[in-house]
Design a protein around this ligand. Structure first.
Ligand code: GLN
Length: 281
Protein backbone atom coordinates (compact mmCIF):
# COMPACT_ATOMS: atom_id res chain seq x y z
CA UNK A 1 0.00 0.00 0.00
CA UNK A 2 2.74 2.39 1.05
CA UNK A 3 4.75 1.66 -2.09
CA UNK A 4 1.70 2.20 -4.26
CA UNK A 5 1.27 5.71 -2.85
CA UNK A 6 4.91 6.52 -3.38
CA UNK A 7 4.86 5.08 -6.83
CA UNK A 8 1.79 7.00 -7.93
CA UNK A 9 3.29 10.25 -6.65
CA UNK A 10 6.37 9.58 -8.69
CA UNK A 11 4.32 8.68 -11.72
CA UNK A 12 2.45 11.97 -11.45
CA UNK A 13 5.54 14.09 -11.01
CA UNK A 14 7.53 12.10 -13.53
CA UNK A 15 4.93 12.63 -16.20
CA UNK A 16 4.46 16.30 -15.39
CA UNK A 17 8.09 17.08 -14.78
CA UNK A 18 11.07 17.45 -17.01
CA UNK A 19 11.21 13.73 -17.52
CA UNK A 20 8.16 14.06 -19.67
CA UNK A 21 9.99 16.36 -22.06
CA UNK A 22 13.34 14.67 -21.66
CA UNK A 23 12.37 11.09 -21.98
CA UNK A 24 8.95 10.90 -23.43
CA UNK A 25 9.12 13.42 -26.25
CA UNK A 26 10.03 10.70 -28.68
CA UNK A 27 7.11 8.55 -27.57
CA UNK A 28 4.75 7.10 -30.02
CA UNK A 29 1.67 5.16 -29.07
CA UNK A 30 2.25 1.51 -28.45
CA UNK A 31 1.28 -0.55 -31.42
CA UNK A 32 0.36 -3.49 -29.26
CA UNK A 33 -3.26 -4.32 -28.84
CA UNK A 34 -3.11 -7.97 -28.02
CA UNK A 35 -4.18 -9.89 -25.00
CA UNK A 36 -2.24 -8.71 -21.97
CA UNK A 37 -2.03 -12.16 -20.46
CA UNK A 38 1.19 -13.86 -21.34
CA UNK A 39 1.09 -17.26 -22.89
CA UNK A 40 3.18 -19.38 -20.63
CA UNK A 41 5.17 -21.90 -22.59
CA UNK A 42 4.66 -25.51 -21.77
CA UNK A 43 7.20 -27.46 -19.77
CA UNK A 44 8.42 -26.63 -16.31
CA UNK A 45 11.45 -28.78 -15.81
CA UNK A 46 13.82 -27.83 -13.00
CA UNK A 47 16.48 -26.50 -15.36
CA UNK A 48 14.14 -23.84 -16.71
CA UNK A 49 15.58 -21.29 -14.33
CA UNK A 50 17.30 -17.99 -15.12
CA UNK A 51 19.58 -16.66 -12.37
CA UNK A 52 19.54 -12.88 -12.68
CA UNK A 53 21.98 -10.48 -11.03
CA UNK A 54 20.87 -6.96 -10.16
CA UNK A 55 22.00 -4.13 -7.94
CA UNK A 56 18.89 -3.00 -6.04
CA UNK A 57 19.95 0.62 -5.49
CA UNK A 58 18.63 2.08 -8.72
CA UNK A 59 14.99 2.96 -8.12
CA UNK A 60 12.57 2.80 -9.82
CA UNK A 61 14.31 0.07 -11.87
CA UNK A 62 15.41 -2.10 -8.92
CA UNK A 63 15.33 -1.38 -5.23
CA UNK A 64 14.73 -2.98 -1.88
CA UNK A 65 11.04 -2.77 -0.99
CA UNK A 66 9.75 -2.10 2.51
CA UNK A 67 9.67 -5.83 3.22
CA UNK A 68 13.25 -6.28 1.96
CA UNK A 69 12.26 -7.91 -1.32
CA UNK A 70 13.65 -6.57 -4.59
CA UNK A 71 11.13 -4.71 -6.71
CA UNK A 72 11.01 -2.27 -9.61
CA UNK A 73 10.39 -1.92 -13.34
CA UNK A 74 13.26 -4.26 -14.27
CA UNK A 75 12.00 -6.89 -11.82
CA UNK A 76 8.44 -6.80 -13.17
CA UNK A 77 9.86 -6.89 -16.70
CA UNK A 78 12.04 -9.97 -16.14
CA UNK A 79 9.27 -11.78 -14.28
CA UNK A 80 6.98 -11.12 -17.26
CA UNK A 81 9.68 -12.51 -19.58
CA UNK A 82 9.81 -15.58 -17.34
CA UNK A 83 6.06 -16.02 -17.55
CA UNK A 84 6.05 -15.60 -21.30
CA UNK A 85 8.78 -18.20 -21.81
CA UNK A 86 8.05 -20.67 -19.01
CA UNK A 87 11.24 -19.91 -17.10
CA UNK A 88 11.53 -19.34 -13.37
CA UNK A 89 13.38 -16.11 -12.62
CA UNK A 90 15.61 -15.97 -9.54
CA UNK A 91 17.09 -12.61 -8.58
CA UNK A 92 20.37 -12.14 -6.79
CA UNK A 93 21.82 -8.86 -5.43
CA UNK A 94 25.29 -7.94 -6.64
CA UNK A 95 27.22 -4.65 -6.81
CA UNK A 96 26.76 -2.95 -10.19
CA UNK A 97 30.45 -3.19 -11.06
CA UNK A 98 30.38 -6.89 -10.16
CA UNK A 99 27.64 -7.81 -12.62
CA UNK A 100 29.78 -8.16 -15.74
CA UNK A 101 32.50 -10.16 -13.91
CA UNK A 102 29.73 -12.44 -12.53
CA UNK A 103 28.43 -12.98 -16.08
CA UNK A 104 31.92 -13.70 -17.36
CA UNK A 105 32.41 -16.26 -14.57
CA UNK A 106 29.00 -17.78 -15.40
CA UNK A 107 27.86 -17.29 -11.80
CA UNK A 108 24.64 -15.74 -13.12
CA UNK A 109 22.75 -16.33 -16.39
CA UNK A 110 21.75 -12.70 -16.92
CA UNK A 111 21.96 -9.20 -15.45
CA UNK A 112 19.26 -6.55 -15.42
CA UNK A 113 20.21 -3.34 -13.66
CA UNK A 114 19.35 -0.33 -15.79
CA UNK A 115 22.47 -1.31 -17.70
CA UNK A 116 23.23 0.77 -20.78
CA UNK A 117 24.17 -1.12 -23.93
CA UNK A 118 27.66 0.16 -24.73
CA UNK A 119 30.28 -0.86 -27.27
CA UNK A 120 32.83 -1.53 -24.50
CA UNK A 121 30.50 -3.82 -22.55
CA UNK A 122 29.46 -5.59 -25.77
CA UNK A 123 33.02 -6.88 -26.07
CA UNK A 124 32.64 -8.97 -22.91
CA UNK A 125 28.88 -9.72 -22.65
CA UNK A 126 25.94 -10.07 -25.03
CA UNK A 127 22.94 -7.74 -24.77
CA UNK A 128 19.29 -8.37 -25.47
CA UNK A 129 17.35 -6.04 -27.71
CA UNK A 130 16.87 -2.66 -25.97
CA UNK A 131 14.11 -2.58 -23.34
CA UNK A 132 14.27 1.04 -22.09
CA UNK A 133 15.26 4.41 -23.48
CA UNK A 134 17.11 6.62 -20.99
CA UNK A 135 19.86 9.21 -20.84
CA UNK A 136 22.22 10.96 -18.47
CA UNK A 137 21.35 14.18 -16.68
CA UNK A 138 23.22 16.55 -14.35
CA UNK A 139 21.95 17.13 -10.81
CA UNK A 140 23.10 20.22 -8.88
CA UNK A 141 22.11 22.09 -5.73
CA UNK A 142 18.76 23.87 -5.99
CA UNK A 143 20.43 27.26 -5.44
CA UNK A 144 23.21 26.70 -8.00
CA UNK A 145 22.65 29.12 -10.89
CA UNK A 146 26.08 28.72 -12.49
CA UNK A 147 25.95 25.23 -13.92
CA UNK A 148 23.76 25.11 -17.02
CA UNK A 149 25.48 22.49 -19.20
CA UNK A 150 28.27 19.92 -19.26
CA UNK A 151 30.82 22.63 -20.16
CA UNK A 152 30.16 24.41 -16.88
CA UNK A 153 31.40 21.35 -14.98
CA UNK A 154 35.06 21.85 -15.95
CA UNK A 155 37.16 21.88 -12.78
CA UNK A 156 34.17 21.04 -10.56
CA UNK A 157 33.68 18.28 -7.98
CA UNK A 158 31.53 15.55 -9.50
CA UNK A 159 30.06 12.54 -7.70
CA UNK A 160 29.23 9.41 -9.71
CA UNK A 161 28.42 5.71 -9.25
CA UNK A 162 31.28 3.33 -9.98
CA UNK A 163 31.45 1.61 -13.35
CA UNK A 164 28.56 3.57 -14.87
CA UNK A 165 28.15 5.61 -18.04
CA UNK A 166 27.82 8.65 -15.76
CA UNK A 167 31.28 7.92 -14.34
CA UNK A 168 32.71 7.56 -17.86
CA UNK A 169 31.19 10.91 -18.89
CA UNK A 170 32.57 12.64 -15.78
CA UNK A 171 36.03 11.20 -16.43
CA UNK A 172 36.19 13.14 -19.73
CA UNK A 173 35.48 16.56 -18.18
CA UNK A 174 38.45 18.92 -18.07
CA UNK A 175 39.97 19.24 -14.63
CA UNK A 176 36.97 17.72 -12.85
CA UNK A 177 37.55 16.11 -9.47
CA UNK A 178 35.51 12.94 -9.70
CA UNK A 179 34.51 10.96 -6.61
CA UNK A 180 33.10 7.48 -7.15
CA UNK A 181 30.47 5.87 -4.93
CA UNK A 182 29.07 2.35 -4.86
CA UNK A 183 25.71 3.49 -6.21
CA UNK A 184 23.72 6.49 -7.39
CA UNK A 185 21.85 7.23 -4.11
CA UNK A 186 25.21 7.60 -2.31
CA UNK A 187 26.52 9.97 -4.99
CA UNK A 188 23.36 12.08 -4.75
CA UNK A 189 23.62 12.17 -0.96
CA UNK A 190 27.19 13.46 -1.29
CA UNK A 191 25.90 16.29 -3.48
CA UNK A 192 23.03 16.99 -1.07
CA UNK A 193 25.60 17.16 1.76
CA UNK A 194 27.50 19.85 -0.15
CA UNK A 195 30.60 17.74 -0.77
CA UNK A 196 30.17 17.74 -4.54
CA UNK A 197 29.05 20.31 -7.12
CA UNK A 198 27.20 17.89 -9.39
CA UNK A 199 26.15 14.30 -10.00
CA UNK A 200 26.01 12.74 -13.45
CA UNK A 201 23.55 9.87 -13.46
CA UNK A 202 20.64 8.37 -15.37
CA UNK A 203 17.81 10.92 -15.51
CA UNK A 204 14.89 8.70 -14.43
CA UNK A 205 16.81 7.48 -11.38
CA UNK A 206 17.93 10.95 -10.29
CA UNK A 207 14.37 12.25 -10.70
CA UNK A 208 12.99 9.39 -8.64
CA UNK A 209 15.55 10.00 -5.87
CA UNK A 210 14.56 13.67 -5.76
CA UNK A 211 10.82 13.06 -5.74
CA UNK A 212 10.51 9.80 -3.79
CA UNK A 213 13.91 9.00 -2.33
CA UNK A 214 13.95 11.81 0.22
CA UNK A 215 17.00 13.55 -1.27
CA UNK A 216 16.49 17.25 -0.50
CA UNK A 217 17.72 20.53 -1.98
CA UNK A 218 18.69 19.35 -5.48
CA UNK A 219 17.48 20.02 -9.01
CA UNK A 220 18.08 18.41 -12.39
CA UNK A 221 19.28 20.32 -15.46
CA UNK A 222 16.60 20.21 -18.09
CA UNK A 223 18.70 18.73 -20.88
CA UNK A 224 19.82 15.15 -21.38
CA UNK A 225 23.54 14.61 -22.02
CA UNK A 226 23.07 11.34 -23.87
CA UNK A 227 20.53 8.98 -25.35
CA UNK A 228 21.08 5.49 -23.96
CA UNK A 229 19.26 2.19 -24.21
CA UNK A 230 19.14 -0.39 -21.45
CA UNK A 231 19.61 -4.05 -22.28
CA UNK A 232 19.65 -7.34 -20.42
CA UNK A 233 23.18 -8.74 -20.40
CA UNK A 234 24.11 -12.41 -20.67
CA UNK A 235 27.45 -14.24 -20.87
CA UNK A 236 28.88 -14.25 -24.42
CA UNK A 237 27.29 -16.98 -26.49
CA UNK A 238 24.66 -17.86 -23.87
CA UNK A 239 21.65 -19.85 -25.08
CA UNK A 240 19.49 -17.85 -22.66
CA UNK A 241 19.80 -14.74 -24.84
CA UNK A 242 17.39 -16.09 -27.46
CA UNK A 243 14.90 -17.01 -24.72
CA UNK A 244 15.13 -13.51 -23.23
CA UNK A 245 14.70 -11.80 -26.61
CA UNK A 246 11.76 -14.05 -27.43
CA UNK A 247 10.15 -13.18 -24.09
CA UNK A 248 10.76 -9.47 -24.61
CA UNK A 249 9.24 -9.57 -28.08
CA UNK A 250 6.21 -11.43 -26.74
CA UNK A 251 5.53 -8.99 -23.92
CA UNK A 252 6.07 -5.96 -26.16
CA UNK A 253 3.64 -7.38 -28.72
CA UNK A 254 0.97 -8.55 -26.27
CA UNK A 255 0.82 -5.29 -24.31
CA UNK A 256 2.34 -6.56 -21.04
CA UNK A 257 5.43 -4.36 -21.52
CA UNK A 258 3.27 -1.24 -22.01
CA UNK A 259 1.27 -2.12 -18.88
CA UNK A 260 4.41 -2.43 -16.75
CA UNK A 261 5.81 0.80 -18.22
CA UNK A 262 2.54 2.62 -17.51
CA UNK A 263 2.53 1.37 -13.95
CA UNK A 264 6.01 2.70 -13.20
CA UNK A 265 6.20 5.78 -15.40
CA UNK A 266 2.61 6.82 -15.98
CA UNK A 267 3.02 7.24 -19.74
CA UNK A 268 3.01 5.10 -22.87
CA UNK A 269 6.45 3.64 -23.60
CA UNK A 270 8.43 5.09 -26.50
CA UNK A 271 8.93 2.87 -29.50
CA UNK A 272 12.14 0.87 -29.11
CA UNK A 273 14.47 -0.15 -31.91
CA UNK A 274 14.35 -3.92 -32.54
CA UNK A 275 18.11 -3.87 -32.81
CA UNK A 276 20.59 -1.33 -31.55
CA UNK A 277 24.21 -0.68 -32.38
CA UNK A 278 25.80 1.38 -29.57
CA UNK A 279 28.09 4.25 -30.59
CA UNK A 280 31.83 3.52 -30.43
CA UNK A 281 33.27 4.48 -27.02
N1 GLN B 1 22.81 3.12 -17.04
C1 GLN B 1 24.03 3.33 -16.33
C2 GLN B 1 25.06 2.36 -16.81
O1 GLN B 1 24.74 1.38 -17.40
C3 GLN B 1 23.86 3.21 -14.81
C4 GLN B 1 23.38 1.86 -14.36
C5 GLN B 1 23.33 1.67 -12.83
O2 GLN B 1 23.93 2.46 -12.09
N2 GLN B 1 22.62 0.67 -12.38
O3 GLN B 1 26.23 2.57 -16.61
Amino acid sequence: MFMKIKRSQFVRRFSLGIAATLLVSACSPSTSGGDATSDTATGDSADKIIKVGTEPAFAPFEFQGDGGEIEGFDIDLFNAIGEATGYEIRFESLPFDGLIPALQANNIDAAISGMTITAARSQTVDFSQPYFKAGLAIAIAEDNNEVKSLDDLAGKRIAVAIGTTGAATAADIDGAKVTTFDNAPLALQDLANGNADAVINDAPVTLYALTEGGVQGLKVIDQLLTEEFYGIATPKGSDKLAVINEGLTTIIENGTYAEIYQEWFGVEPPELPAEYEPPAD
